[in-house]
Write a protein that binds this ligand. Structure first.
Ligand code: SAH
Length: 355
């Protein structure tokens, strides 16, 4: 048994089953043995790959989208340029490289990285050598305009799962069966917080709730409503997700979430409606597939320009990366983009209705 498995088993013996959120938080963030505490999980030799790691084009286009919004806001200085869960720092590095030519943007930007993992903070410091980012464990921005990006951050936050049956809501928990970790269900209760889900929920349906994601969205929304700016949230998920999306991934393969505690990535799809509602009074853009967003920002033209200097295997891999980011059978449709902005402000480039 791994030390984390021992710890979780002992906890359940002592005080009963854990909610999925408690289980997920321990597996991902335990200060000694948590998945994100102990490793850099990204890339071919890691467990999963993300859009900024697939191609520089992703961060470049997001950089231009954010810089355009900054210009449209009247080029405020100073402003906070924040990223939630920056991984290896690749996205922020690409954003900064692509916006070097935007006069005044870098001088005005105070770069803030929200990251709990010491291993990844070190990677981010390397990727952003030459800039002066500051790190925070939680999102608490200064009272000034905010441009924020979060790619595959919200899917890492702990969820709870509830199943609706005749008697009420039963919560899915992790307990012990003959000494081994096993999923179970609590007795049914009525939950006022889930009342609004009854109109699209039938007996036996499973609903996921991510309290920490809603709390962060609420802070971003309140900040943007008061101080101006815009947040780009990119993740896999949908508008009002329904069903079990809790998954564990190790070495690019799906594994059982109850195996490999602390050495597999645990995620759940993002419920964008819940984020949009939590962010009020800020407004939100239409939820837009990543492929559509990147095409509207000009990824094909950028891909063609970069292809001019490539041949052989490098060209093949560049073409595959373009496809991977945008094609409906790859990340183009599963991944979605939503912006938060002040009520009355237009959505940023790439996210307007019907654009
Ligand atoms: N955005 C990056 C990395 C995605 S992985 C990319 O696209 O490549 C998820 C990131 O969120 C990691 O950097 C992880 O350490 C960070 N993270 C996960 N949970 C967090 C939390 N509760 N608070 C702050 N950062 C967190």
């Amino acid at each position: 048994m791994s030390p984390l498995q021992n710890h979780i088993t002992a906890l359940i013996r002592a005080s009963g089953p854990l909610t999925l959120a408690e289980f997920m938080a321990l597996c991902l963030q335990h200060p000694e043995h948590g998945y994100y505490t102990t490793r850099d999980p990204l890339g071919a030799s890691g467990d999963f790959t993300t859009s900024p790691e697939i191609s520089q084009m992703f961060g470049e286009l997001i950089g231009l989208c954010l810089a355009q919004r900054w210009l449209d806001m009247g080029a405020p200085a100073p402003f906070t340029l924040a990223e939630l869960g920056p991984g290896r720092g690749t996205l922020m590095a690409d954003i900064l490289r692509a916006t070097r030519g935007v006069a005044g943007f870098h001088a005005a930007a105070e770069i803030v990285l929200i990251e709990t993992s010491p291993a990844l903070r070190a990677r981010q410091a390397e990727a952003l050598a030459g800039y002066e980012p500051t790190w925070e464990n939680t999102f608490a921005p200064k009272p000034q305009p905010l441009l924020l990006v979060a790619n595959e951050f919200f899917d890492a936050l702990p969820i709870r799962q509830f199943i609706w049956d005749e008697a009420g809501w039963r919560e899915r928990v992790v307990g012990l069966e003959e000494g081994a970790l096993a999923f179970g269900l609590t007795d049914a209760t009525q939950l006022a917080a889930l009342e609004h889900r009854l109109d699209d929920t039938e007996i036996g349906d499973l609903v996921e709730v991510c309290g920490p994601a809603e709390a962060v969205a609420s802070e971003i929304g309140a900040h943007i409503a008061d101080h101006g700016g815009c947040a780009l949230i990119i993740d896999y998920g949908d508008w009002r997700s329904n069903g079990d999306t809790f998954q564990a991934v190790k070495a690019h393969e799906k594994v059982s979430p109850l195996d490999s505690l602390g050495s597999a990535d645990l995620t759940a799809h993002v419920d964008f409606q819940a984020l949009a509602q939590a962010a009020e009074p800020a407004a939100h853009s239409p939820l837009t597939p990543q492929g559509v967003f990147l095409e509207r920002l000009g990824i094909t033209a950028r891909a063609q320009a970069l292809a001019q200097n490539l041949t052989g295997a490098a060209l093949e891999s560049h073409i595959a990366a373009h496809r991977r980011l945008t094609h409906p059978e790859e990340m183009g449709t599963l991944f979605k983009v939503m912006a938060l902005m002040p009520s009355g402000a237009p959505a940023p480039a790439g996210l307007q209705n019907g654009a």
